[in-house]
Design a protein around this ligand. Structure first.
Ligand code: ZN
Length: 150
């Protein structure tokens, strides 16, 4: 695992003391609690997966970056979205996640993730994609980048 990728995973899923795997489980549980049911199939999160593909640090430069993130997500400009990786390990962040539903459709979800892992995350916006856009987004995510809901 290269250094930048390790930093990215650690920032998203856990601090030095908490392993990435443990961080993913904590995050999945928080997301499940926030959403209640899968926004795609209205069922439980069994056999569902999630991944992260964009991040904007919520620091002093956040306004234009956040605006860009929402523009590209709403317009389904995935190439552009995957380039938005402005993270600052010392600040809160807006993170774009992909939720994979076994029904075949994906959903993007932007959350506000706190710097402190123990603090609550907040859902800012999400959109259930149609099958066509779901396939496109799914193709852009490496199989190993998905985390399964516990
Ligand atoms: Zn579902």
């Amino acid at each position: 695992m290269n250094k930048l990728r390790e930093l990215w995973l650690r920032f998203l899923f856990g601090t030095k003391e908490q392993s990435v795997e443990k961080g993913k489980i904590i995050f999945a549980k928080k997301l499940e609690k926030l959403l209640g049911l899968c926004p795609v199939c209205q069922g439980s999160f069994q056999n569902h997966k999630f991944s992260n593909f964009a991040i904007v640090a919520l620091d002093e430069d956040q306004a234009s970056r956040l605006e860009k993130l929402f523009v590209v997500l709403r317009q389904h400009l995935w190439d552009e979205a995957f380039k938005i990786r402005a993270f600052n390990p010392m600040s809160d962040a807006a993170v774009a996640h992909a939720l994979f539903c076994p029904s075949g459709c994906l959903c993007w979800i932007v959350t506000k993730d706190p710097y402190e892992l123990e603090d609550n995350i907040v859902i800012i916006e999400y959109e259930v994609l149609d099958i066509e856009q779901s396939l496109v987004l799914n193709q852009m995510i490496n199989e190993t980048d998905w985390a399964v809901f516990p």
